[in-house]
Design a protein around this ligand. Sequence first.
Ligand SMILES: Cc1cc2nc3c(=O)[nH]c(=O)nc-3n(C[C@H](O)[C@H](O)[C@H](O)COP(=O)(O)OP(=O)(O)OC[C@H]3O[C@@H](n4cnc5c(N)ncnc54)[C@H](O)[C@@H]3O)c2cc1C
Length: 239
Amino acid sequence: MDYGFKSNRPQLRRGLCYSNEGIKQAGSPSVIVIGGGIAGVAAARALHDASFQVVLLESRDRLGGRVHTDFSFGFPVDLGASWLHGVCKENPLAPLIGRLGLPLYRTSGDNSVLYDHDLESYALFDMDGNQVPQELVTKVGEAFENILKETDKVRLENNEDMSILRAFSIVFERRPDLRLEGLPHKVLQWYLCRMEGWFAADSETISLKCWDQEELLPGGHGLMVRGYLPVINTLAKGS
Ligand SMILES: Cc1cc2nc3c(=O)[nH]c(=O)nc-3n(C[C@H](O)[C@H](O)[C@H](O)COP(=O)(O)OP(=O)(O)OC[C@H]3O[C@@H](n4cnc5c(N)ncnc54)[C@H](O)[C@@H]3O)c2cc1C
């Protein structure tokens, strides 16, 4: 896709506007894609390949969004996404990664968890430098799961979506027995932070309706050794 800078609109002055206008024949349907993260770039590519005229608006001065490979050390460091979750042919990224010959470093296989999900590998410390007993971490983890189960009821009762944080506060209003104080409360906050880390979003922006709707693909996890940028570049330019 031959993108070029197109916009003079003030609100996009510091962003980018990519378009294949002019390449497509007049009369082909047109579409605007807002956001040049991997979802937007992949959508723009699919639409372009289906003969749409595409304009992609991106507020930053680069494509990729939460996919961002840094080369300032002379080698690729992914500051955002770095793993392919689900190394299998059903993964829509697999054909592209395979075609580009991008190597994956397998960090785990089927039925295993990533290191950062493995509670055994964690040691939590309080503000005084004392290690939080592992039994407490496990116990609060169970409490966190129970709170999540209660948020599921909130989800079923409400047609409108809300944030996971809002759902937590509803659960605590209804079930004060699930509230924790002191150190257990801090450990609970840590569990919430892990959830925020997983989604790369604050809990007030994580959707109650959708947070657990992702499809888990088989095949384990593979680290993109050369970074994710070639995937973004290829989707943006085509090959
Ligand atoms: C640190 C970190 C590690 C991660 N690790 C992994 C991993 O290993 N594997 C994995 O699969 N996923 C991982 N993820 C998640 C993955 O990066 C995201 O799910 C994915 O990149 C989201 O892509 P997206 O296109 O939906 O959204 P985004 O990447 O957020 O793209 C949205 C784009 O829209 C632009 N935008 C927003 N509003 C406007 C507007 N009004 N006008 C114009 N442009 C706008 C933004 O600037 C951005 O470029 C990680 C995320 C982070 C942050």
